[in-house]
Design a protein around this ligand. Structure first.
Ligand code: GLC
Length: 458
């Protein structure tokens, strides 16, 4: 490229706009690709959607009892005690949170599972839990797992920031039980192994039976939905009546066009080559994509006057999705909060254009994420109900959906542009604490004799 061809700032920003926008007219094609990947996954053929049977059915809302729940998959580990009233109501009666250190996340499997067992012991101590009783525990393990029944399954691969060695290919419930034995915890029975999406769907269904899709938009992204057993052709079973919740692992969908930033982010990640959609959508990555664009603009002399500002943003993780959230929430005419944030980061001589352009970049990245999510939701809903004749409640959990300013509205806007009047029976609703309450509901389904008997036929 000779110097005359180097784009100016305005032109470069327009190029970025074009690279990051997904026209509504392209979404129908994406939906078709989604359907084809879903089909492959359900048949057990290679593809980007794993479509993992959860061995859980839709809860009825009458499940009752007290359960422990263990939630592993984000930045914290949580241990909870949950009570279900059998009338669609649930209550977290005790909860302890533990920061997962690097050693547990990226060391050996034993380190990770010992940390989990130690945390359970601490939870017992902090909440004066009587260890002479027996407790059914639901293990929310938010990673791709090939389940063999409701309470066992092998980890297919780690996602997000987890890399603990010696866990891939192993039954994670066995690893947990071994750690419980090592720590002499004998009062816990692991009754269910649950993906966070499944917990989310269950927690919404518990009070609202028209929920048929559960979505996580947090550190990672994923969804599960209710599938007819007869469509899960890869499962060998005697009785193909009824439905089962399927964990799609949609974060691995790989048919969206990626930018050079996405490709670079993927290369530098702990799991290159996989989770393409997750890396374009979820909270763990949006800040990083934006940081890469910021660095590119600084290098080109198009953002911040001082080129040595590059070092402020040079480190991976130095600009986070939380920063984007602050920028997106600044609606003031002089973008005062953007200025405060940048000054705190060490940026000097900030010009009004810098603030505006930074806000524009954040919006590009977050809007693309919301558009992808809307496309994916549309794909699953039209798979279940091609003409969108029924009412669909989509239970959504995760900080991106809950806290990022304007994110949920953007997903709804895209759904509306796609389906126009037809989008009216689609409701995106926050589903709080699927990994705690929802997981307890799944444990209740699993321990109820009625359901266990029907699962034997599968
Ligand atoms: C990752 C995991 C998936 C989980 C999602 C949200 O995509 O692979 O199992 O549901 O993160 O936590």
């Amino acid at each position: 490229m000779n110097t005359q061809e180097v784009p100016g700032r305005a032109e470069f920003l327009s190029l970025l706009d074009a690279q990051f926008s997904i026209p509504v007219s392209d979404i129908q094609g994406i939906i078709r690709e989604f359907h084809s990947e879903m089909q492959k996954g359900l048949a057990g053929n290679p593809g980007s959607l794993k479509m993992l049977p959860s061995f859980s059915a839709r809860p009825k809302g009458t499940e009752k009892g007290s359960f422990l729940a263990l939630d592993l998959g984000g930045t914290n580990l949580r241990v909870l005690a949950v009570e279900l009233d059998g009338k669609g109501g649930s209550n977290v009666v005790a909860v302890s949170r533990f920061t997962i250190g690097k050693k547990a996340m990226q060391g050996t499997g034993n380190q990770l599972f010992d940390f989990i067992a130690d945390s359970i012991l601490e939870f017992f101590k902090d909440n004066a839990i009587d260890q002479n009783r027996k407790y059914d525990l639901s293990f929310t393990f938010s990673f791709p797992v090939e389940q063999t029944d409701i309470a066992s399954g092998r980890l297919i691969e780690w996602t997000k920031d987890f890399t603990a060695k010696g866990v891939v290919g192993e039954d994670v419930v066995c690893l947990l039980n071994n750690a419980l034995k090592r720590k002499r915890i004998s009062c816990v029975n692991v009754a269910a192994l649950v993906n966070d999406t499944v917990g989310t769907l269950a927690s919404k269904c518990y009070s609202n039976p028209s929920c048929d899709l559960g979505v996580i938009l947090g550190t990672g992204t994923n969804a599960c939905y209710l599938e007819k057993l007869s469509n899960i052709t890869k499962m060998k079973r005697k009785n193909a009546n009824g439905e089962m919740i399927v964990n799609m692992e949609w974060g691995n969908f790989n048919k969206f066009v990626r930018t050079a930033y996405d490709a670079d982010l993927d290369k530098a990640s702990p799991n290159p080559g996989v989770q393409h959609m997750e890396k374009m959508v979820s909270g763990m990555y949006l800040g990083e994509i934006t940081r890469m664009i910021i660095c590119d603009l600084i290098r080109r002399g198009m953002l911040f006057s001082m080129i040595d500002h590059a070092f402020i943003f040079s480190k991976t993780g130095s600009f986070e999705t939380q920063h984007m959230s602050i920028i997106a929430s600044d609606g003031s005419s002089d973008l005062k909060n953007v200025e405060i944030l940048l000054s705190e980061m060490g940026v000097e001589s900030i010009k009004p254009d810098d603030k505006k352009n930074l806000k524009r970049i954040c919006k590009l990245v977050s809007d693309r994420s919301a558009t992808i999510v809307a496309a994916a939701i549309s794909a699953v809903l039209t798979w279940m109900d091609p003409e969108l004749k029924c009412r669909h409640i989509v239970g959504v959990d995760g900080s991106l959906f809950e806290k990022y300013p304007g994110y949920a509205d953007e997903v709804n806007n895209v759904l509306f542009s796609l389906f126009e009047k037809k989008s009216s029976p689609i409701f995106l609703e926050p589903a709080k604490d699927g990994s705690g309450k929802g997981a307890a509901i799944i444990a209740a389904v699993a321990t109820s004799t009625e359901i266990s008997a029907s699962l034997i036929d599968l």
